[in-house]
Design a protein around this ligand. Structure first.
Ligand code: CA
Length: 414
């Protein structure tokens, strides 16, 4: 289809065209790029060629691609996102495209680029929307017979996270120090976390501001959400377990959160929509889902690579295991009139499926540390060791069309 050669198993097919921020050694200013195959389209250079001009809305600014984050581009709104996407698809399939004539300037090998945080994140929210994850945690820490707390089936539980410590894939994560309560003691100790974990999540990025006092409905999702990334909500379980009562997660979470560098647009993910859970009891009216296909069929994997090498996939999950849809999360987040802003990051919560092979954290996979897992090297793990690298990958595939996220990874350092 394209005059570019793109491997059929590439996450970054012509159907995807995710946006990110990159720089190169020869041109170190971070700028907007679009991933295609193993290359990056330099959008700053592309816009200077006027290819978007015949159709541009009046408020277009060409320098929107000469930015170190996507916020200005996102702020231009959904018709612009759609327009840029369709122009790129047309140019990449037109054998006479002007892009082809200047290919050495337009295309940058991904291997030569440094990726940066794609958006300036004002606020970061983390939900708790997988019923299997919430049930597993409830069984471990509370009551196996009443794993879900009474509110869980009535609202998408969430908390406000920390935006300043969200980092791009490839950034090392320093093992945090903090308080924990040794088993059976009443006096806490201060030390480095011994129960460091990952949480397999995705997140959506807000694409349109609202004003304080405004509430969105589930029908507003498409206009108000730009795209999605993979997200690792690194978690220090020992710190978390001692501190979380009664206000929820704090320092056990805020030491680092990793996201993948390419923002896959909701437009690109649209063909992979699937039905959601049957919700019992039916949610209150403001949480009613208007879409018959509120979930997404996105395959997710977690792999663990110890410092000695030998990467092993330790979990295979799917975005479709979310009980509460992203549109319901958005409606709930704004139902009290809380305003949201372009670039806000809203994470799913750990996405665990019904089977052990699909659980999205070591807390679950090792059942609270009681049942170690074995790695490719023969080493075992209950929680993460220094030198371990955790990598999430995600992709959707249907009718020969593949749209993927690439990966998010991070190594634990002392
Ligand atoms: Ca989480």
């Amino acid at each position: 289809m394209s005059w570019l050669s793109i491997s059929p198993d590439s996450d970054f097919s012509i159907h995807n065209l995710p946006f990110g921020i990159f720089s190169t050694a020869s041109q170190p200013e971070p700028r907007v790029g679009v991933a295609i195959g193993d290359q990056i389209i330099d959008m700053a250079f592309t816009a200077d060629m006027n290819i978007f001009d015949p159709f541009i809305p009046y408020h277009w600014r060409r320098d929107v691609f000469w930015q170190n984050n996507l916020n200005e581009f996102i702020r231009m709104g959904r018709p612009v996102w759609q327009h840029v996407r369709s122009v790129l698809q047309a140019e990449l399939t037109n054998p006479d495209s002007v892009l082809r004539q200047v290919i050495e300037y337009v295309l940058i090998p991904q291997a030569d680029a440094t990726m940066h945080l794609p958006v300036q994140i004002g606020d970061y929210t983390d939900f708790y929307s997988s019923i299997d994850h919430a049930s597993n945690v409830g069984k471990m820490f509370r009551d196996p017979a009443n794993a879900l707390l009474p509110n869980w089936r009535h609202l998408p539980v969430g908390y406000h996270g920390r935006a300043s410590s969200v980092v791009v894939s490839g950034t090392s994560i320093k093992r945090p120090k903090g308080q924990r309560l040794p088993k059976g003691d009443i006096q806490p100790v201060f030390e480095t976390s011994q129960r460091l974990d990952f949480e397999l999540e995705t997140a959506f990025i807000v694409g349109k501001d609202t004003s304080l006092g405004t509430s969105l409905t589930t029908a507003d999702f498409d206009e108000h959400v730009f795209g999605m990334v993979l997200l690792n909500d690194w978690s220090a379980r020992d710190i978390q377990q001692w501190e979380y009562v009664p206000l929820g997660p704090f320092l056990g979470k805020s030491f680092g959160t990793s996201i993948s560098p390419w923002v896959v647009t909701m437009e690109a993910l649209a063909p992979f929509r699937v039905p959601g859970y049957v919700q019992e009891p039916a949610p209150l009216t403001y949480l009613e889902e208007v879409s018959p296909l509120p979930n997404l069929d996105v395959h997710l994997t977690v792999s663990l690579t110890p410092e000695t090498g030998g990467e092993l996939v330790i979990s295979r999950s799917n975005q479709r295991y979310l009980y509460w849809s992203q549109a319901q999360q958005l409606a709930h987040h704004t139902v009290n009139g809380c305003n949201i802003r372009v670039g806000d990051l809203m994470a799913s919560g750990t996405i665990s499926g019904p089977n052990r092979s699909s659980w999205g954290s070591l807390l679950e996979l090792s059942w609270g540390g009681a049942e170690p897992i074995t790695l490719a090297s023969g080493e075992t793990r209950t929680f993460l060791e220094d030198g371990d690298t955790v990598t999430f990958r995600g992709y959707a595939e249907k009718d020969g069309i593949r749209v993927g996220f690439g990966s998010v990874s991070g190594q634990i350092v002392s």
